[in-house]
Design a protein around this ligand. Structure first.
Ligand SMILES: Cc1ncc(COP(=O)(O)O)c(C=O)c1O
Length: 462
């Protein structure tokens, strides 16, 4: 058992950590991160780590960006808080909404702000229901998401999330949320099935589900362009084209959850542009402010906005909104973040760095532990397996990817493990080519150490 620092002991006695085994944590304690600069963070002993996950897929401009610090400080000095309720307004929120309308990948009418991806997706659910009431189709309420999709943890967004740990014993999902298959070719395609045929099968499955439920009861379909927390799943070729055709046929509103993929991650401003589809509504968060402050939003098309007007005429108000919807400090930081993306051509830079990143990722396929290494832009997933040929997974209880994460930390690299012994990498977008090399060198060493350990523990298939 490691010796715990004073801060670690105080932590154990005071905090509930999200996504942490509350039982084993009492023994292991936390890794305390103290400061950050560029793509590096430093722990309380001064050890440097490449933040290979940009925190939680979010710190796109890295750490210690003085322009963002200054934008926050200046706004705090000028107007630390004001809200948007009951027709109040302020400059930063309007400016941010204008900028977002300018860069949106599809025609949008308005932006609704909130503070987290979960709130954005909860708002999407509520707005879809509200819109369909306004449009006089009160039965059209079911929302389809995908197994392994990740959309957050509040009651509705956790219901959309297609991962068992977000449902078990939380009494979720709520009614009217349905899940369709995960578009992961490596795991779920039939033997010999091409990506295109797999995509056709998934679109047929979506259509069958809509028809079985009744198209007049299915309101929306929500998807991340590339799945993140569910395992970094890049959909098979032609997937969105085929899924969108089914949505169009049955008048199903399509929501692109751009919480990870938005703002350059895939080498395009929005993920839907990289995957070639045009959603009706969009959820944004994380890189919107480069995670310097919490802010998120829902991009709303005209048809939905008109429904909000209709409902306001009927009810007398729009009964939704958060204290921190469009918080001026968060909005000011987001405006500056978008300015930096444009001025420094961050998205083009991602597209230019992506081939190196993806080549180093692909090279890991040669490693004896790696079943699949997949990704797009500056995001990658590495699936560890006990047997490459049969794709046999490790016993989940052995925590192989968790062990690899610990070895990576020893090597000065932060990556994350996801369910199914998948490692995810999602570095700050500002990462330099030599830092990409350093990241993969460290990861390679961590994989080698994991292999030695797995052999000692006799975890590999015979
Ligand atoms: C695609 C996606 N949607 C929604 C969320 C939820 O965002 P938050 O944790 O800010 O509530 C996340 C978080 O990782 C996400 O990756």
């Amino acid at each position: 058992m490691p010796t715990l620092s004073n801060l670690a002991v105080r932590d154990i006695e005071t905090l509930v950590h999200p996504y942490t085994n509350q039982a084993t944590f009492r023994e292991t304690g936390p890794l305390v991160i103290e400061r950050g600069q560029g793509v590096y963070v430093y722990d309380s002993d001064g050890k440097a780590y490449i933040e290979g996950m940009a925190g939680l897929w979010c710190a796109s401009l890295g750490y210690g960006n003085e322009e963002l610090v200054e934008a926050a400080a200046a706004q705090m000095r000028k107007l630390s808080f004001s809200h948007l309720f009951t027709a109040k307004s302020h400059d930063p929120a309007v400016e941010l909404a204008e900028k977002l309308k300018e860069i949106a990948p599809v025609e949008i009418s308005k932006v609704f702000f909130c503070s987290s991806g979960s709130e954005a997706n909860d708002t999407q659910v509520k707005l879809v229901w509200y819109m369909n009431n306004a449009l006089g189709r009160p039965r059209k309420k079911k929302i389809i998401s995908r197994l392994k999709g990740y959309h957050g943890v509040t009651v509705a967004s956790a219901s959309l999330t297609g991962l068992p740990n977000n449902h078990i014993d939380f009494d979720l999902p709520i009614p009217n949320i349905l899940h369709t298959s995960c578009p992961h070719h490596y795991r779920f395609a039939c033997d010999g099935e091409s990506e295109e045929d797999f995509a056709t099968r998934l679109a047929d499955e979506l259509e069958d589900l809509i028809v079985k439920e009744g198209p007049d009861t299915v309101a929306a379909f929500i998807a991340e362009p590339v799945m993140g927390a569910g395992g970094v799943v890049v959909p098979p070729k032609t997937y969105f084209e085929k899924m969108m055709a089914v949505c169009a046929k049955h008048d199903v509103y399509m929501i692109s959850d751009e919480v990870i993929c938005g703002f350059g991650r895939l080498g395009t401003m929005f993920g839907c542009q990289a995957l070639g589809f045009q959603p009706h509504g969009i959820s944004i968060a994380k890189a919107l402010s480069s995670a310097y402050v919490p802010i998120a939003g829902v991009m709303i098309p005209e048809v939905m906005y008109q429904a909000l007007i209709t409902e306001s005429q009927k009810i007398g108000t729009f009964g939704h909104g958060f204290t921190y919807s469009g918080h001026p400090v968060a909005a000011a930081v987001a405006v500056k973040t978008l300015e930096i993306y444009q001025r420094d051509r961050i998205v083009a830079a991602v597209a230019a760095k992506a081939p190196q990143f993806q080549a180093r990722l692909a090279a890991l396929r040669e490693h004896p532990l790696v079943g699949e290494a997949r990704g797009l832009g500056l995001v990658g997933g590495i699936e560890l397996v006990a047997d490459k040929r049969s794709k046999q997974s490790f016993d989940p209880k052995k925590g192989v990817a968790a062990q690899c994460v610990r070895f990576a930390e020893e090597q000065g690299l932060i990556v994350r493990f996801l369910m199914g012994d998948i490692l995810s990498i999602c570095p700050p977008l500002i990462i330099k080519p030599e830092e990409i090399d350093a990241l993969f060198d460290r990861l390679g060493r961590a994989l080698d150490l994991t292999l030695d350990w797995a052999k000692r523990e006799q975890l590999l298939a015979a």
